[in-house]
Ligand binder design. Sequence first.
Ligand code: NAD
Length: 368
Amino acid sequence: MSKYKIALLDGDGIGPEIMTEAVKVLRLVEQRNDVSFELIHTPFGASAYFECGDPFPEQTKKVCDEADAILKGPIGLNHEDSKKIPVDMQPERGALLPLRRRYNTYANFRPVYLPQGLAHFSPLKKEIIGDGIDIMIIRELVGGLYFGNKETGVNADGIRYVKETLEYDEVQIRRIAKVAFETAMKRKKVLHNIHKSNVLKSSVLWNEIIEETAKDYPEVKVIHILVDAAATYLCLNPGQFDVMVMENMFGDILSDQGGGILGSLGLMPSACLGDTKAYYEPSHGSAPDIAGKNIANPYSMIGSVAMMLEMSFGMDTEAKNVWHAMQSVFAQGYSTPDLSKPGAGVKMIDTQSFGDLVVAELGKLPVG
Ligand code: NAD
């Protein structure tokens, strides 16, 4: 029997609610397969700051260091509540970026996926969405503006200023480029490289490395698109994209737009891979506006479990089963409140019921 230790970082806002549903699925996967999961909940984010004075406490670092994989709920507070925490201890700066840095999780996979049967959830017109949406956004996750030096101060004229550095070296770009080309090879062999080389020198180097790496993958067709144009095409013609690769901040923004064209950020799971450690998290934030109401969509969290099963534990078939179970719940006419307005033909369900229905569907599927 395979045994895995999983660190569970419930996080803030809707985090604990959607984590509960992910755990239900993990427990069923355990029953159905020759596998055992040791699940260790450990504090992270704003809740950890209020509990232990540190958004990424030592005890959490230890659990994560020892874990085979990390499953992370969203973190963060609303704008007003954030001010209750010193700027450098706020969840992203104090916990999320340090987590990414600690495990050097440079490759972020963000699937933007809506099969044809669920296309009605998308705000895009039928003629645009066609057979559905199936894009893999690959975002560099530990470089660029988010990780560069930050300086704030007051200049000689008494004017407050801020300076943040956007830095990449060729090693950082080459390793994410390689991930993107490898992914393209497993899919349609088309790679859209997203950049801003008409303005940013970082993009000029980025593009050079993409072109150098392309020589090792002659079968992959590379298409270069400026990030601003890519934002438009994601709405007007998402079908042209298969694998998209981009630097950290572009990926943060465009992947949220990906959630928008699907119909909700609640449909956006993700995987964050380093060479020795991986963590899995929904792409979205802690949704403080709906926290505690049992109405969040746990698809993003359960999808992150599916990605963990496949990418960390090699359980490809069971991962597919989890995707299939979630999609068959929606295909039966059920919807979470983020995806549909109440109305005829919509069977509205809450967070817990979605988890229960996924478990029921998964239980019906053959294991092998
Ligand atoms: P958000 O992603 O939390 O929410 C944006 C909108 O999407 C909200 O209307 C929310 O209700 C909805 N939404 C998100 N996930 C949903 C789900 N699973 N089901 C249904 N609806 C869902 O963005 P925000 O409100 O700008 O940010 C809230 C906090 O989250 C901030 O503190 C932000 O810094 C943080 N954040 C954390 C992460 C992370 O943990 N990786 C990522 C993004 C934002």
